[in-house]
Design a protein around this ligand. Structure first.
Ligand code: AMP
Ligand code: MG
Length: 417
């Protein structure tokens, strides 16, 4: 763990410093469990997997047609034809068990094992069939349409290296090698809660001064993943004693606690002090907008991430800090966010001092060029604009605004909901 990095009154921790500090501090979980691949989507493969078979296991036909020995055809000029006698059928799953001699062919279906003495499969559209024979032009290319054994994966080849987050294609690959069980890292136990005396749940009626708690629904959606076990701890009042009890208790049986609100400098912001009392504060206050009061630390063995209160700040800091931190803790390989240059169609206001993530709508024109416009209001409570956005426009610390037509960096959002 690095030394605690408190910002000075004039300075804020840079995004890079904060990321580096989290990267150095967080060690991946080490516990591994063996599970069936039917439960493995979205889990993190912990042990490299090799294939105990060649895929495909035998040579097979790439299309429906006829298999024969091309080398055994009599030499001929381009204008002539070849005629072969059909002596049987090779079905997918039911190989031809006879002997295939020169001058003969077998009817073969896609995926069927190619008889040993055959070296060519000719497509059924390319032959004429009559009285148990086929005829085709001698000029057709031979030695085609056979998938060699092991042409996808060789025997003992590494199928998937670890760590790897498993998607549908990985599961198909494992299944094709006959691997039904694999080792994955255990799930992360994550708890989250909202702080704020003004918050009420959507099930209740608002009184003057109250607002609905949207952050818990935001976090619940963001945290939804096959390798997370998520606990919603509800809304917690702005009372240091209750906060401390909750944190100390939740820390004993979770890997990570995430809170929202109460990390700023207001009179009702108790999260940071409470963390410092019952755990350890690693950093607070970053040069980022939205999300400046982000707080990171730990309570015993449990990581603590205090997100700001405003929903847009919660979302942006989740994307920028929480997601990579959880990936690392889960044992997954680090991923780099895709950044693209796009022409800005709006004027963007900004003052120097913090890196900004403005909410944008990225579009691509017919010639492939990218442009971006503001998704709407850029205040950190304006969730409607955030909900319309399909990218974040990244404006660096020193940037003092963008004029129409200038190029900006954008980070497209995941297209998954
Ligand atoms: P705070 O940092 O606790 O002062 O919160 C900053 C702003 O975010 C305030 O306007 C809060 O009312 C608002 N806020 C805090 N938590 C939530 C929440 N869970 N849902 C919606 N808004 C919130
Ligand atoms: Mg608050």
């Amino acid at each position: 763990m690095n030394d605690v990095c408190y910002p000075t009154t004039t300075g804020l921790i840079s995004i890079e410093q904060a990321r580096a500090s989290m990267r150095t501090a967080i060690l991946p979980v080490s516990e591994v469990e063996r599970i069936g691949i039917e439960h493995a989507h979205g889990r993190i493969l912990a042990t490299r997997v090799r294939s105990a078979i060649a895929i495909p296991p035998q040579r097979n036909a790439a299309m429906d047609g006829y298999a024969f020995n091309g080398h055994a055809l009599p030499p001929a000029d381009d204008a002539s034809t070849a005629t072969l006698t059909i002596v049987g059928t090779a079905w997918a799953g039911q190989p031809f068990d006879g002997e295939l001699k020169p001058g003969e062919c077998v009817r073969i279906l896609t995926g069927a094992v190619v008889p040993d003495t055959a070296d060519s499969v000719i497509a059924q559209e390319q032959v004429e069939r009559h009285d148990g024979n086929i005829t085709f032009p001698r000029s057709l290319p031979l030695f085609k349409n056979i998938r060699p054994a092991g042409s996808d994966v060789a025997l003992d080849e590494v199928l998937i290296d670890a760590p790897q987050k498993l998607g549908a294609r990985h599961l198909a690959l494992l299944a094709s090698a006959g691997i039904g069980h694999i080792d994955v890292y255990r799930r992360l136990k994550i708890a989250f809660f909202s702080t704020g005396d003004e918050l009420v749940d959507v099930t209740q009626t608002l009184k003057t001064g109250q607002i609905y708690d949207s952050n818990r629904y935001l976090l619940s959606g963001l945290l939804h993943a096959p390798n997370h076990v998520v606990t919603d701890l509800g809304i917690v009042a702005d009372q240091p004693e209750r906060l401390e009890r909750l944190l100390s208790d939740a820390a004993t049986h979770h890997d990570v606690i995430i809170s929202t609100g109460g990390v700023s400098v207001g009179d009702a912001d108790f999260v940071k002090q409470t963390l410092a009392r019952c755990g350890k504060l690693d950093f607070w206050q970053l040069a980022i907008k939205p999300g400046k009061p982000l707080t990171f630390g730990r309570i015993g063995e449990c990581w603590f991430i205090g997100l700001p209160g405003n929903p847009v700040a919660v979302w942006v800091t989740y994307e920028q800090f929480v997601k990579p931190a959880l990936q690392q803790l889960a044992g997954a390989a680090a991923t780099q966010k895709l950044r693209l240059p796009a022409r800005c169609l709006d004027t963007l206001r900004k003052t120097a001092g913090r890196q900004e993530y403005q909410r944008g709508i990225l579009q691509q024109s017919a010639d492939g060029s990218l442009s971006v416009k503001r998704a709407g209001g850029q205040d950190s409570h304006q969730m409607q604009a955030a909900s319309r956005a399909n990218c974040l426009i990244v404006l660096d610390v020193d940037c003092q605004g963008i004029e129409i037509g200038e190029s900006v960096w954008v980070e497209p959002l995941s297209t998954e909901l």
